[in-house]
Design a binder for this molecule. Structure first.
Ligand SMILES: Cc1cc2nc3c(=O)[nH]c(=O)nc-3n(C[C@H](O)[C@H](O)[C@H](O)COP(=O)(O)OP(=O)(O)OC[C@H]3O[C@@H](n4cnc5c(N)ncnc54)[C@H](O)[C@@H]3O)c2cc1C
Length: 536
């Protein structure tokens, strides 16, 4: 960035992104009287839900949980209709919040931040956008999202394809009609699992290209009874406070018993009971599923058996039943009729585990020398998770240090909130924090509140700058790794580890030590005078 160019505007804080993180951060900063500009690449609020408009997109944390908890007024004023809200309803919720808090006036839409550079002499960040903006602010807050940098795999020949193609994470606003079409879906993670049954309802022919099978649990989505909704409005604030003090940060009750200490009949009965409830309640059937291989195998066996009971063709069932990773160590999916879809005569599962897609032709895709002719391709191939959105921005800290260089061997942060060498820059749900392993809205609120308190502290004490110390960052990175290594998570090739992006360093990115433990650490850091930070 050339320091000589004119700066157009100056703010106290810049927030990048207007998903749930950016929206709440804006509200908090404005409440304290700071001048703020939010830059958002999309043309509305909602983040994830603005971009992911594919058929079947819904939350997999129950709707009543998947909402802000900082304002009882907001909770009481909004009525969810389904157990797992679909994308349009969540977008309506985001619009409702934006309206109630009058957020839009400080958000500049259709504007992508391309660069951010720190000037040590003024303690300011200069931010540049693809619309030619050049603004400065003392604080730069990255609310860029863990799952916002969508990724189309590099398969030769895509340019030559005559049909249409879409990524689930950048779905056309007007929708896509697959009626009468031959469709290829590539990818069987959450987006694939959610969209495949609905695409199959329209398409004349559907080919699903699967590299890795995933565990999926039945969502048992349904409209919510009005008295259930009312019950939640009544009890939400107390319940949210209660779950924020737990490590799972979820309303779901954990059975605090080892899967190995009960006899097989009792275990089967308990699994069955939880399975019938639908949702993630199944994965908390026992307390050691995610850190004991045998407990995990027993749980996975139960799910594999369910898949085999559902899918009629035993060969297809075998391909769909995951055996290459412990259950829960890749993002678990929730589905509606996913496995049933493979019983339909016009749906074909194509295993690409050992024979990847060779290339795309004008008419389709070639696997193992065979051409699958299709009219449309859907890339349900996920995201460059957790670091992608940050690294797509040219971020430069002290002495011109580039974040891309600093994170060449994987992300390094202090608490997932700050980075040594990058003063006055904060991340909401950055790598090294619980983020995607918990209800992300809870993680967002906790981070935004911490950042706000920190800025308050600096202002109250006449301080201009805060920066994570390198040794505090080293200790945190070590702690995050040790926590991950004490679980089964690193045994899977997952996007938590960056394994879905060729060449991305293998580092376990989210913090698995539990939300309440993490929150306590963040509070202790403050209580000890921002331990591990240098202020000036
Ligand atoms: C399909 C799907 C389903 C999900 N379901 C759940 C769920 O059930 N429960 C749960 O807890 N979490 C879920 N998540 C995770 C979800 O990402 C979070 O719940 C939450 O929406 C994250 O909010 P955010 O504001 O942090 O990020 P996002 O919602 O991703 O928003 C980030 C915003 O930043 C913008 N942005 C990024 N880079 C730039 C830039 N350089 N310049 C300008 N703007 C930029 C993006 O356009 C985006 O709008 C889901 C994610 C996906 C993809």
């Amino acid at each position: 960035m050339d320091g000589q160019e004119a700066v157009v505007e100056r703010f106290d804080a810049i927030v990048v992104g207007a998903g749930f993180a950016g929206m709440y951060m804006l509200h908090r900063l404005r409440e304290r009287g700071l001048s703020v500009r939010v830059f958002e690449a999309g043309n509305d609020v909602g983040g994830t839900w603005y971009w992911n408009r594919y058929p079947g997109a819904r939350c997999d944390v129950e709707s009543v949980e998947y909402q802000y908890g900082f304002s009882e007024e907001l909770v009481r004023g909004w009525t969810w209709t389904e157990r797992y809200a679909a994308q349009p309803e969540i977008m309506r919720y985001a619009a409702y919040v934006a309206r109630q808090l009058d957020l839009r006036r400080d958000i500049q839409f259709n504007t992508r931040v391309t660069a951010a550079a720190y000037d040590e002499s003024s303690n300011n960040w200069t931010i540049e956008t693809d619309q030619g903006d050049r603004v400065t602010a003392q604080f730069c807050i990255m609310a860029t999202g863990c799952l916002s940098a969508s990724r189309v795999p590099e398969i030769p020949g895509l340019d030559s394809f005559k049909g249409d193609w879409h990524h689930t994470g950048a779905w056309p606003h007007e929708g896509v009609d697959f009626t009468g079409k031959r469709v290829a879906v590539i990818g069987t993670g959450s987006s694939g699992v959610q969209s495949i049954p609905l695409i199959a309802e329209q398409a004349e022919r559907l080919f699903v290209f699967q590299r890795t099978p995933n565990f999926s649990l039945p969502a048992l989505n349904a409209p919510m009874a009005p008295d259930y909704v009312e019950h939640w409005k009544e009890h939400f604030m107390a319940e949210r406070k209660r779950v924020r003090a737990t490590n799972s940060a979820a309303f779901i009750p954990l059975n605090d018993q080892s899967a190995l200490e009960v006899d097989p009949e009792e275990r089967q009965r308990h699994f069955e009971e939880r399975w019938k409830k639908g949702g993630f309640v199944f994965i908390t059937s026992y307390n050691n599923i995610l850190d004991n291989l045998e407990a995990n195998r027993l749980t996975a066996d139960f799910v594999r058996e369910k898949i085999r009971q559902t899918v009629k063709d035993p060969k297809v069932a075998d391909l769909l039943a995951p055996t290459n990773h412990p259950i829960g160590t890749k993002r678990l999916c929730l589905d509606t009729n996913y496995f049933e879809t493979y019983n339909l005569p016009h749906v074909t599962l194509v295993d690409i585990a050992n024979t990847p897609i060779e290339r795309i032709t004008p008419d389709g895709l070639i696997v193992d020398g065979h051409e699958y002719q299709v009219d449309s391709i859907v890339f349900a191939t996920g995201f460059d998770a957790m670091t992608g959105a940050l690294l797509r921005i040219d971020i430069r800290g002290k002495d011109g240090l580039s974040l891309r260089d600093k994170w060449e061997a994987g992300p390094r942060t202090y608490l997932g909130l700050a980075i040594a060498g990058f003063p006055n820059l904060f991340m909401i749900t950055g790598p090294g924090s619980p983020s995607v392993l918990v209800n992300v809205i809870i993680a967002i609120e906790q981070h935004s509140d911490w950042i706000m308190d920190c800025i308050d502290h600096l202002r109250a004490n006449g301080l201009n700058e805060i920066e994570a110390e390198p040794d505090a960052e080293d200790r945190w990175v070590k702690h995050v790794n040790e926590k991950a290594d004490s679980t089964l998570y690193p045994l899977a090739n997952s996007w938590y580890l960056g394994s879905n992006v060729p060449g991305k360093p293998r580092v376990f990115m989210p913090y698995v030590g539990g939300f309440a433990n993490y929150d306590k650490i963040c509070k202790e850091v403050v209580a000890k005078g921002y331990e591990g930070f240098r202020m000036g």
